[in-house]
Write a protein that binds this ligand. Structure first.
Ligand SMILES: [Zn+2]
Length: 164
């Protein structure tokens, strides 16, 4: 079946390129004529075009999200210039997605800060416990020493009471 000088199997080869405007002007016209006159190929064309548009929407969404995350991340870390800061602040005020992303990033940042603090505090606690253990050992040694010498110096008994 020849429609617009092309048969259906030839159209199949051209469809993607036709959708991407990747054909010579004359070939674009030939494909268009065939599509107008062939419901079967027109159906295929519509399906591919629909998928392409759906994919494009997904890509745009992903791209938008990445750009937004990038902007908010620089905003939180104070890495953007005055103008970008102003724009990001405006977006946070009017766009729910920006607002939610900012809240999410702030939560993550807080969690990281808390974890950092916990690590530092644990180190401090460990250090304090080491010092306390050392002091306890010293005290124990002192008591042992005093117990030994106390019978020799009865007046030290009151001093000794402080340590027990
Ligand atoms: Zn056809």
């Amino acid at each position: 079946m020849l429609k617009g000088n092309l048969n259906c199997s030839e159209i199949n080869k051209y469809l993607i390129r036709y959708i991407n405007f990747d054909l010579k002007r004359s070939d674009m016209a030939r494909v268009a004529i065939h599509l107008r006159n062939c419901p079967k190929c027109m159906e295929k064309y519509s399906v591919i075009l629909k998928r392409k548009n759906e994919l494009r929407k997904v890509f745009i969404e992903i791209e938008k999200k990445l750009r937004m995350q990038n902007e908010i991340s620089s905003y939180i870390d104070n890495e953007c210039d005055k103008e970008s800061k102003f724009i990001t602040e405006a977006m946070i005020i009017c766009d729910e997605d920006y607002k939610n992303e900012l809240n999410l990033m702030n939560l993550i940042k807080e969690k990281i800060e808390r974890t950092k603090e916990e690590i530092i505090n644990n180190k401090k606690t460990n250090y304090t416990q080491k010092i306390l253990a050392k002091e306890r050992r010293k005290k124990f040694e002192r008591i042992k020493f005093l117990k030994k010498i106390i019978p020799l110096f009865p007046r030290l008994r009151r001093e000794f009471a402080k340590f027990v």
